[in-house]
Write a protein that binds this ligand. Sequence first.
Ligand SMILES: Cc1cc2nc3c(=O)[nH]c(=O)nc-3n(C[C@H](O)[C@H](O)[C@H](O)COP(=O)(O)O)c2cc1C
Length: 220
Amino acid sequence: MTEFLHSALDLDRSRTSSLGRVTATRAIRVLGLGGSLRDGSQSERALRIALAGAEEAGASTTAITGEALRLPFYDAGDSDRTERASRLVEAVRQADGILVVSPGYHGALSGLVKNALDYVEDLRHDARPYLHGRAVGLISVAHGWQAAVTTLNQLRTIAHALRGWPTPLGGAVNTAEVKFDEAGGASEQKVENTLRLIGRQVAEFGHAQLAAGFDRPAEG
Ligand SMILES: Cc1cc2nc3c(=O)[nH]c(=O)nc-3n(C[C@H](O)[C@H](O)[C@H](O)COP(=O)(O)O)c2cc1C
């Protein structure tokens, strides 16, 4: 830990956060996954806002959205992976925190997003298996409250199953009441603030884990 903190190449990213003053030695990497294949995807726009919140809290961010999520159905019996699938698995492996956003389809998360999450199974034998030690910010976007809420609950259940740490705040967005624009804003400032805060919480947890040395491999 000490050796790591004092490495000459490391950037000191000391920041004051709601968790107190934490010192990380490199930028926290936050990966955003989700959206739909549709042009102008509202859920992808919601994800971009949350990622901006993570950046405000000092994270470097990557997004895997749209066509990059068009992957073969996850096949646990076949270890061959397409280039896109390998990129997704590697991005999750490297991430200190994850943001997942799904549209609500028939009261549930979309198959596109669920299939992408199934690929996390490829991390089962990692030193940090699945989403171990990582905060997971979860956001659902549907055209009504019912699907927005049920989808958020499903995303939370999946994050727990993957050994991740869902952030205290989750986002259930009803697109019948709020719209996201191309420029990265929302018609409701309150919704935008909530999504940014979820991104911040993911980054802050990552900073705290890193400062405490908890980004190490899991034991047992
Ligand atoms: C196949 C499909 C099923 C949907 N099912 C629901 C639903 O059950 N409840 C709901 O409120 N909205 C539903 N919607 C609306 C979407 O959740 C909503 O339009 C969302 O913003 C779509 O995300 P996107 O803009 O990222 O594509 C559905 C949309 C599609 C395409």
